[in-house]
Write a protein that binds this ligand. Structure first.
Ligand code: 6PG
Length: 266
């Protein structure tokens, strides 16, 4: 493993990347629960996080997390029911949720089976109510910083990167890229012929920790564009991810980092 800068860490392969991500996930969870009595995480979708979720479900990692104080959200969802093969919830449920003792009431999925705009509006309300509830509930000793700002600060937001440099469901040249007020929006993604519901840049950037998990040669050009290309977020939406107060770290495998000419330790 070698670090290019505090923001990028390169691993020899996907499994090393997943193990580092699981270790970081546990550390952030434990720190959040120690500090505020709860851990809020927005999971990412697609295929890359599968290895992470599978690892988190093993005794080695699951035993290190207080699942009763862990709250799972999603940074984006496809416009399909929760049992659909494309559902990000289904992938997380199959690989993680069904294997760990996280209470059902701590699983805050996006109801993507309803009309997309309604699902987005409802999810933003779910997030607002959760933060309001947590703020007034005496048993969660929130520090001032948790609720000092109007926008909720997730302890961790997991993100992936598409070959077109999209992240969450913030795709190139789509309206969501320019959203400055709403936390969650729905948009039809023409190139995929599908509806998506997604966190917006302001909500993602409010997070305390943002962790990109990027693996595979098909991501190398997108990684290069985001990190070495001109600043053009309409073309490379992941460039919008710049946390206002938190930390962002990119975990790459060697294949995805190939155009950054950085070698990971063997
Ligand atoms: C989704 C994700 C999306 C994903 C990237 C990378 O719903 O698909 O939120 O942003 O992270 O497309 O996907 P892979 O991990 O499958 O390459």
């Amino acid at each position: 493993m070698s670090a290019v800068s505090p923001d990028i860490v390169v691993f020899p392969d996907r499994s090393a990347l997943a193990r580092s991500a699981a270790t970081r996930f546990v550390a952030i969870a434990q720190s959040a629960i120690r500090a505020r009595g709860k851990f809020t995480v927005a999971l990412s979708g697609g295929s890359t996080p599968r290895d992470l979720f599978t690892l988190l479900a093993t005794q080695e990692f699951a035993s290190q997390i207080d699942w009763s104080r862990t709250h799972l959200f999603w940074g984006d969802e496809r416009g399909v029911p929760p049992d659909h093969p494309d559902s990000n919830f289904k992938m997380a449920n199959d690989t993680l949720i069904s294997r760990v003792p996280v209470p059902a009431e701590n699983v805050h999925r996006i109801h993507a089976e309803i009309a997309p705009e309604d699902a987005a509006r409802e999810y933003a309300e779910t997030i607002r109510k959760f933060w309001d509830t947590e703020r007034i509930s005496p048993q969660s000793p929130l520090t001032k910083g948790d609720t000092g700002d109007r926008i909720p600060a997730f302890d961790l937001v997991l993100l992936g990167l598409g070959p077109d440099a999209h992240t969450a469901s913030l795709f190139p040249h789509t309206p969501a890229l320019h959203e400055t007020a709403r936390w969650v929006v729905a948009q039809y993604v023409d190139k995929l012929k599908t509806d998506r519901i997604t966190f917006t840049p302001p909500l993602i950037n409010a997070a305390k920790n943002i962790l990109f998990l990027v693996a595979g040669a098909d991501k190398a050009n997108a990684v290069q564009a985001v990190w070495r290309g001109k600043y053009s977020p309409d073309e490379f939406p992941a460039q919008l991810i710049q946390p206002t107060k938190g930390i962002v770290v990119w975990l790459l495998d060697q294949a995805a980092s190939a155009n950054l000419d950085v070698k990971s330790e063997k």
